[in-house]
Ligand binder design. Sequence first.
Ligand SMILES: Cc1ncc(COP(=O)(O)O)c(C=O)c1O
Length: 410
Amino acid sequence: MITEWQGMFSDNIREYGGYSIGKLFALLNDPSIISLAGGLPSPDMFLKHEMRLVSSRVLEEDIEKVMQYTAIKGENWLLDAIEGFLARDGISVARENIVVTSSGQHGLDLTGRLFLNAGDTVLLDRPTFAGAIVAFQMQRPIFAGVDIQEDGSDVDGFRESVIRLEKEGRKPKFIYVVPDFQNPSGITMSLDKRNALIDLSEEFGIPIVEDSPYRDLRYYGEPIPSIYSLAQKRGLDNVIGLYTFSKLFCPGLRVGFNIGPPDVIENLTNIKEGNVLNTPKFNQDMCAAFLTEMGMEEHLVRCRDYYREKLEVFLGTIERCFPKEMGVTWTKPRGGLFLWMTLPEGIDTHELFYEAIKFKVAFVPGDVFYGENPGRNHMRINFSFASKEQLATAVERLSDCIRDRLSRSG
Ligand SMILES: Cc1ncc(COP(=O)(O)O)c(C=O)c1O
């Protein structure tokens, strides 16, 4: 009989705790709590009618293929549709540059498996997407974080880190960034910084992993070219792009894709073979139809209008409920689904999370968004899921909760 399982697990897994925010979300099953914690798109924006129509047609016409194993790399219908989707954003790819993934999280997992040995270094922002940290953590890398700035990654800080690591005989395996409306901060990287990051990558031979779930959810201003497209225009192939259908179409189908040089894609595909084998054809077909025949561009305009309105209500209420003397600051994103609040030093948002539940409001404590040495007084706030009325109430509750906490700290 085996009585002690821990000692039997692999070195990679023994210390691995999984997604700590998942455990916090389990505490939110009281319906009177307004959750600003998840990263859920609004079901109001789901193309339910279109999905019903296309799914019954696909099942009618293609049920045997839908029920069968399918190509590991992805369905041709979807691969071709992705080429068109990216072409409209100034990126030119062929089938050899694409592997379909079972969502963005899978794309991150494959990337970590491809590049990282235990003890390798990953450069990333502080804060950055918690799901990327947990995906890469499987390989036990060392995270070297640099504080993000108002206009995106601190590229000079990245350069200093690379030089410092070089002196220790270490070279980062890649630099991970979410340049558009970053999860969790909502911050967008400026054009100058995107170019500077490409320079850095080129000079030191370090690939950039550009994660882009929110790029099409811009509510104000003009799009800034993706790092992938900028590098491609310079004839460089040092960027790996990660995409998902989760935020633009729906997360339930679990489909995304990675793009990059053929060598990288071939190896990601090999890893996928031993990992999930193929992404379900039915789910891929729905995503291909989303890109080609569900009126995607009009849908994206509706999404932008809808989320912009929520963001405006949200920011307006924050402005009213958090007067300057409270010492709370927040980012003002121009797209995406999140903003980042910073509370006075000394307030631990992990502890505050449990107090906030008593005030019937929830957020994600900021510490989960750090690869190392976590910041303690931040929180990630989602504004896409709750209704406008709920958002306004949630901000009032959050303000009451923080005032209560401040009053107790004197
Ligand atoms: C930056 C970033 N990358 C990847 C993902 C994962 O997306 P998916 O739900 O498709 O796994 C998310 C989801 O929130 C994200 O914010």
